[in-house]
Design a protein around this ligand. Structure first.
Ligand SMILES: [Zn+2]
Length: 310
């Protein structure tokens, strides 16, 4: 599957980081069952051996790793994944819901963050996805190790997960990135904007994140967390990736056309051009092609799914 994804990304002209995920348990102390067996390698050693056979991709792809979560990888297997992922991006879903913290504390006497720290899983190559329900000690561990945190606000709101302490993590030293996670919404502008909007709701104050900081999170820091340290800013030696936003759409008209327009007013529908590694793509054509292709394949998936169409 990793090879198919890398080939598909190359075909449409985008870069990709494949995070091959170690998933060994349905929950703490619960073996996988049913369809989960399809992505269960048996143990971390078998997972590492399989990942090691993947061919090293070219300049436009990276192969990273993921500990799905401390629910899905038993405590004694974590160091094996960490060792195999050395020097590559390592992602892990962390404390998305209160139940994960409660189960982890009951089973191990530690929070999920502390368990990852014990396994040597924290550091600048690691990205903690969600990082929603954290203690002050967890924030300190993530910040002092320089671990990236990836907030997925549209999924977290869709699932009713809560709002993570983005600003406190930043202050502690954990660089912020954003992701879509469940694909509840596909719009990177909405994700970066939502970090600030959620902070406003929680803190009762505006201006917790600046437009510049949010754009950095969405571009340069996001790329770094995926193993691309040469992308995400317009500078000599960086890859030529440019997104051109319409400054006069019904959403952006009259906002001045600056960084604030992109961060606080635009949506993905306002993108006119995309330059990836110096190659220009017409955004409207891509949107139409991608929409039609997705509609077709998702319809087929619903036909074969057990639950039927919602
Ligand atoms: Zn998630």
């Amino acid at each position: 599957m990793a090879e198919a994804l890398i080939a598909a990304a190359a075909e449409v002209g985008i870069r990709i980081t494949v995070l091959d995920t170690c998933y060994l348990a349905a929950g703490i102390g619960e073996p996988t069952a049913g369809v989960q067996r399809r992505f269960d390698d048996g143990d971390a050693q078998a997972w590492a051996e399989r990942v090691a056979t993947l061919p090293e991709p070219g300049d436009r792809a990276r192969i990273g790793a993921a500990i799905h979560s401390v629910r899905a990888v038993p405590r004694d297997q974590l160091p094996t994944v960490v060792a195999a992922a050395s020097g590559r991006p390592l992602h892990v879903h962390l404390s998305e819901q209160v139940a994960e913290n409660e189960q982890c504390l009951a089973a191990h006497g530690h929070s999920p963050t502390a368990l990852l720290e014990e396994a040597g899983a924290l550091g600048p190559d690691t990205t903690a996805v969600h990082a929603t329900h954290l203690s002050d000690h967890d924030i300190e561990l993530l910040g002092s190790s320089g671990t990236h945190v990836c907030f997925c606000p549209t999924t977290e709101r869709d699932l009713g997960d809560g709002v993570g302490p983005s600003r406190a993590l930043w202050a502690a030293g954990a660089p912020l990135t954003v992701g879509s996670d469940s694909h509840a919404v596909i719009d990177p502008f909405e994700e970066i904007r939502a970090v600030e909007m959620d902070e406003r709701l929680v803190s009762g104050r505006r201006g917790r994140w600046t437009a510049t900081e949010l754009m950095e999170a969405g571009a340069r820091i996001g790329h770094a967390s995926l193993g691309f340290d040469d992308a995400g800013s317009i500078a000599v030696g960086q890859r030529a990736d440019i997104v051109v936003v319409d400054p006069a759409s019904p959403r952006t008209a009259g906002t001045g056309g600056g960084l604030g327009t992109a961060v606080f007013a635009a949506t993905s529908a306002d993108v006119r051009e995309i330059w990836a590694d110096g190659v220009r793509h017409e955004a409207q054509t891509l949107r139409e092609e991608a929409g039609r292709a997705l509609d077709e394949v998702i319809a087929k998936l619903w036909e074969t799914s057990e639950g039927g169409q919602p």
